[in-house]
Design a protein around this ligand. Structure first.
Ligand code: PMP
Length: 387
């Protein structure tokens, strides 16, 4: 009888003890094995800096189908700071760290039209540096607000030509010189800028086109993108044609085409591009030919990119893509043409989305279709003769 009672008690208790012990150990089994698997599977990037680059190459479908060329845009607006200049910012900062020019707790100082400042400030935040940005006060208010919001000390100054002592770059150089533990990024003449494009943007484009790229076209601000990418592509194959697309008021088209400066017959609202001298970065570019893109052509291209492709892009991307259309028309169907989609339109919303501003600048949208734009570009194909 006692044995039977004992057996019944055990029959009730043993399963409960087993279940309780499973309950106690289960969380560890459950917690440990999936975590280990996740660690093995992880494809996370290393912080903000690790997320720079490796951007998609977007086939611009309507432009490609209509021209018979593959027209491909490198989606630099998808960099974590929102523009192609994140690459230059990272390249310049890491080069300065390697060379001992930027030390822990240091300050990065730069003269910039905006995007490099945004990139430098965010890279600086991620790496523990302060940033002082000297910017011409005619740049879009969005860029100044953004720079302040992300923690830069912003010093707007009146625009002045490069040769003047109060040019924004010269002011930035002086501030860095007079400060303890400060580094002047000097994006125009610091060739770490072109070097990062040689090391990253160029190889990405080569790989993404499987080496089938026939032409590359880009506008020049510092020249870092065009120099680094053109040099890398020419090193892979001399047959890749390289072009500069220049806004009016800039002298790069005449420099690459004729070897002299001509920039007194126009102006452009496109920010971040338009250069009047051979910077150290431009110096190393390997460019076959160049042409100009007017602001009206740029605006028509931006409208088509938005309406036909769903891409809301900034002015320099409009110049670049219009440049790609000009390359398509000049060389005919069958080419694979790559260009840079530098940043998004949001950075310029108070201008690009403002009918009054557009009308003041004679840029009210004409809503040209792609076919109409191509006819207009064909008529405009006769480049201005040498002056
Ligand atoms: N587009 C935008 C919007 C830019 O800010 C810049 C850089 N100033 C460029 C294009 C030109 O790039 P890079 O300086 O490499 O010539």
């Amino acid at each position: 009888m006692i044995l039977i009672i004992l057996f019944r008690i055990l029959a009730i208790l043993v399963p409960k003890i087993v279940l309780f012990s499973l309950y106690l150990t289960a969380p560890f089994h459950l917690a440990k094995s999936p975590t280990r698997e996740h660690q093995l599977d992880m494809k996370a990037t290393n912080g903000f800096c690790g997320a720079i680059g490796n951007t998609p190459l977007i086939r611009l479908d309507s432009l490609s189908d209509t021209t018979g060329c593959e027209i491909l845009g490198k989606a630099e607006f998808l960099n974590p700071g929102g523009s192609v200049k994140d690459r230059a910012a990272l390249g310049i900062v890491e080069d300065a760290e390697r060379r001992g020019l930027l030390k822990p707790g240091g300050t990065i100082v730069e003269g910039t039209a905006g995007n490099t400042g945004i990139g430098l400030t965010l890279v600086g935040n991620a790496k523990g540096y302060r940033t002082i940005i000297v910017i011409p006060n005619d740049q879009s208010p969005e860029k100044l607000e953004l720079l302040r919001a992300i923690g830069a000390e912003v010093r707007p100054v009146p625009p002045a030509p490069y040769k003047e002592p109060h040019n924004y770059n010269k002011i930035a150089a002086r501030i860095a010189d007079e400060m303890e533990n400060a580094f002047w990024a000097n994006q125009f003449d610091n060739t770490a800028n072109a070097q990062i494009h040689y090391a990253t943007t160029g190889p990405e484009i080569w790989e993404q086109t499987d080496g089938k790229i026939s032409a590359f076209v880009a506008a020049v601000g510092t020249g870092g993108t065009l120099a680094g990418v053109s040099r890398f592509l020419k090193d892979q194959s001399e047959s890749v044609a390289t072009y500069c697309a220049d806004p009016y008021g800039a002298a790069m088209w005449s420099w690459f085409k004729y070897g002299h400066f001509h920039f007194d017959d126009g102006d452009s609202v496109a920010e971040g591009i338009g250069q009047g001298r051979v910077t150290e970065n431009v110096e190393s570019a390997r460019v076959d030919d160049a042409f100009r893109v007017s602001d009206r052509q740029m605006m028509a291209t931006l409208n088509i990119l938005l309406k036909d492709e769903g891409l809301l892009l900034g002015p320099s991307a409009g110049v670049n893509v219009c440049g790609a259309l000009k390359v398509a028309l000049a060389g005919g169907p069958g080419q694979t043409i790559v260009t840079i989609l530098c940043d998004g339109a949001q950075r310029y919303s108070s201008r690009l989305f403002n009918q009054e501003w557009l009308a003041e600048n004679d840029l009210s949208p004409e809503n040209l279709s792609l076919e109409e734009l191509l006819i207009h570009l064909k008529d405009d194909q006769n480049e201005p003769s040498e002056k």
